[in-house]
Design a protein. Structure first.
Length: 351
């Protein structure tokens, strides 16, 4: 499969517009075209050890969940490990693609996989994603009524001369028993200033003007984090065992909520793969599940009676790769070989 065709298919699988604004997602390293991808190599973190594994397995494209290039590189040398990753990738004609938070948001992504560790439950995003664009052009809608046809024609003529105006319509309307014309238009933030300035020249029009901020629609079942309602309440001790089994971990870290015990039931759990402090903050639940949280955020949760389970950052993400391999194989119609790294692992361990 051609690299650009594959990247397009990966973008269709998870739109990069769903990624957080601070993230660095998409194709990060591109060998000179044409570049054919026969083997797609999946990893959570692209370390030098994982890169050597990808080279040995003759990967043509690495899909690294975490972007190995995040802050800008000023040079590509052999001095730092991230620069060396780029050198090795280009030497061996291996592309690098990272989806990161786009995979956090999608309904069939990392957080959905993490919910399976709780058992049977229903879930909704904690922070729903919005569509990448407005249903119609413009960011604002302006509406006003006028009863002077001649004057209205002049105003409309001036409005039409303003750039970034769309969906301009006029409809007959009855206002307080009088026949009038209702004008509606969409405009950009920049055009809004000019429209308001024009209408403010006539106090009657200005006082009958309504300005609405258009909202991008929510994308169903899509967004950051998940609030999970268990089908049946389960003791915290049972939840711990389920999570350890799902993530294949011998240990987790637990902070018990104030007044809670291991035997008290858990009905609602809020979770976020990776680092969940900002996503989980302020959410009402019996339990927070994530990879890592700051010490003070854990203290806040505990004081509010919320227990916290921490599993280390990438342990809440890496297990998704096996599921991703199977789902991508279907999405890509088995056109390429997809393998999961055997060297990728969390850098922390219990000593």
């Amino acid at each position: 499969m051609d690299l650009r065709e594959l990247v397009s298919a990966l973008n269709d699988f998870a739109s990069l517009s769903l990624a957080a604004s601070w993230d660095n997602v998409g194709l990060l390293v591109e060998p000179s075209p044409p570049h054919t991808v026969n083997t797609l190599f999946l990893t959570n973190d692209l370390t030098e050890e994982v890169m050597e594994e990808a080279v040995q397995k003759k990967a043509d494209l690495i899909l690294s969940y975490h972007p190995p290039i995040f802050t800008p590189l000023k040079r590509i040398t052999w001095k730092t490990w991230k620069e060396r990753l780029v050198v090795r990738a280009l030497e061996h004609r291996i592309g690098i693609y990272s989806p990161h938070t786009a995979y956090d948001a999608i309904p069939h992504g990392v957080n959905n996989w993490l919910t399976k560790g709780l058992g049977a439950c229903t879930s909704v995003p904690l922070h729903p994603s919005t569509a990448p664009s407005y249903p119609a052009e413009g960011t604002h809608r302006v509406e006003f009524c006028a009863d002077n046809t001649e004057h209205l024609d002049t105003v409309l003529s001036k409005i039409k001369d303003i750039q970034e105006i769309s969906c301009l319509t006029t409809l007959p309307a009855r206002v307080e028993g009088e026949e009038q014309t209702r004008v509606s238009l969409n405009c950009s933030q920049k055009a809004l200033v000019e429209v308001v300035a024009l209408l403010s020249q006539n106090s009657l029009l200005y006082h009958k003007t309504e300005i609405l901020l258009l909202q991008k629609p929510l994308v169903p079942h899509t967004g950051m984090g998940r609030l999970c309602t268990l089908s049946e309440p389960v003791s915290l001790s049972d939840i711990i065992e389920r999570i350890k089994s799902h993530l294949k971990l011998p240990h987790i870290r637990l902070a018990m909520g104030m007044g809670k015990t291991l035997e008290l039931p858990v009905k609602k759990a809020a979770l976020c793969a990776g680092s969940g402090s900002s996503v989980l903050k302020g959410v009402e639940a019996d339990l927070y599940l994530t990879g890592e949280m700051s010490h003070h955020d854990v203290l806040d949760a505990v004081a509010n009676g919320i227990s916290v389970i921490l599993c280390e950052h990438s342990n809440t993400e890496r297990g998704f790769l096996s599921e991703l391999r199977d789902v991508l194989a279907i999405h890509l119609q088995d056109k390429i070989n997809i393998i999961v790294s055997e060297k990728d692992r969390d850098p922390l361990q219990v000593a």
